[in-house]
Write a protein that binds this ligand. Structure first.
Ligand SMILES: *Cc1c(COP(=O)(O)O)cnc(C)c1O
Length: 391
């Protein structure tokens, strides 16, 4: 394969970064290396047999392999691709988005540290801080002045799940750094095609690759991407020590999804804007949350730091909770289900589904809220489906 150039665009990197033809067979996509261990050429000798040192790429074949918890060629291909797409120096692929979050936080924080978390975030992230990391000794606050609170980490999601709020990544990076804290950004809703937080000053990016990066609702996974070599090494140590890495088949499926990320995101965004615009004019809709709408409070910042506004739309049903719940069971094409970011449209009721774990907390969501993951089906069909369910 032709060597990648620094000027190569996102769409090129998605298809080629980390994905040079297999050096042994010439296979044009990285095979599923469904293997746990690797032959060693003598005790203390070269690891990973024939593959060691075959290409000059940053990492995939270079180090050699000894055990797949530590490194696996298929996972390595995905990691190299994700690092390129986020503009980082290294990515690590995990069994889930939650495993990635847990690894990042427990690598950069110590028991007793203070962390700032957003008032609007994925329910599982709040649960991790509130039910798991608090018991480990981490102290979190939803709102506090960074310096006075002595925060060592600021955690942010943008756009947020499920209210599509926007945070200014560059501004937060400055605030964090001037107080000696790190900034971690959950970039799941945007995907690296729409937003690259490392370039805006973030120290670490986290993904649930289950969502847009995988894109086909057929695999659960997570990733961390960083631009600092020392942090990357500490994360790799933690990932290996605690064993949360993605399996080879999951990494391969995710890599298959990544190739079409740019094409899918363009369509998700166009469809979501059309659905959101229809909702703003609908009498049964009290409020629409989509950062692509000019009246959205975060629209200007979103336009500044994102290439597009993504495929997620939330809205409040004008007739309240019961009507919101009822409409979730009445769509034809939007499937009632948790998760998001797949090619197929999904509808859900956050208060008792994805965000059940934040009920009664500062992160609780409105009871009349409906969340749509707008897929890449025909735009008119999707609009007609939501309209009919609201009628
Ligand atoms: C789904 C999700 C997660 C958790 O990822 P899993 O792959 O389900 O473990 C984290 N953050 C956001 C924004 C999500 O939507």
């Amino acid at each position: 394969m032709a060597q990648l150039k620094p000027s190569d665009g996102f769409e090129t990197l998605a298809i080629h970064a980390g994905q040079e033809p297999d050096p042994i067979t010439g296979a044009v996509v990285p095979p599923i290396y469904q293997v746990s261990t690797y032959k060693q050429d003598g005790v203390g000798g070269v690891r990973g047999g024939l593959h060691a040192g075959v290409t000059s790429g940053p990492g995939r074949w270079q180090e050699g392999y000894e055990y797949s918890r530590t490194a696996n060629p298929t996972r390595g291909a995905l990691e190299e691709c994700l690092a390129a797409l986020e503009g980082g120096i290294r990515a690590l692929a995990f069994a889930s988005g939650m495993a990635a979050e847990d690894c990042l936080i427990r690598t950069v924080c110590r028991p007793g540290d203070h962390v700032l978390i957003p008032h609007d975030a994925y329910g599982g992230t709040y649960r991790l801080f509130d039910k798991v990391l608090a018991a480990w000794g981490l102290v979190y606050a939803v709102r506090a002045a960074v310096a006075e609170y002595g925060a060592s980490l600021i955690w942010v999601e943008t756009p947020t799940n499920p209210l599509l709020s926007i945070a200014d990544i560059s501004a937060l990076a400055q605030i964090a750094h001037s107080a000696g804290a790190m900034l971690a950004v959950d970039n799941t809703f945007a995907s690296p095609y729409l937003q690259q937080p490392l370039g805006l000053g973030a120290d670490a990016v986290v993904h649930s690759t289950t969502k847009y990066i995988g894109g086909h609702s057929d695999v659960v996974g997570g990733a961390i991407v960083v631009s600092d070599a020392d942090l990357a090494a500490r994360l790799a140590f933690m990932q290996n020590a605690t064993g949360s890495a993605a399996g080879a088949f999951d990494a391969w499926l995710t890599l298959r999804g990544v190739k079409t990320l740019s094409v899918r995101m363009d369509r998700h965004g166009a469809n979501a804007l059309a659905v959101a615009t229809m909702l703003t004019r609908h009498p049964k809709v009290a409020e629409v949350y989509y950062p692509g709408l000019t009246e959205h409070p975060g629209h200007e910042i979103a336009a500044k730091q994102m290439r597009g506004f993504g495929g997620m739309v939330s809205f409040r049903h004008a007739d309240g909770e019961a009507a919101a719940i009822e409409m979730c069971g009445r769509t034809r094409l939007f499937t009632l289900g948790e998760s998001l970011g797949g090619v197929e449209s999904l509808i859900e009721y956050p208060a008792s589904m994805t965000h059940a774990s934040v009920v009664g907390s500062p992160l609780a969501v409105p009871p009349d809220l409906v969340r749509l993951s707008v897929g890449i089906e025909n735009r008119d069909d999707l609009i007609e489906d939501v309209r009919a369910a609201l009628a």
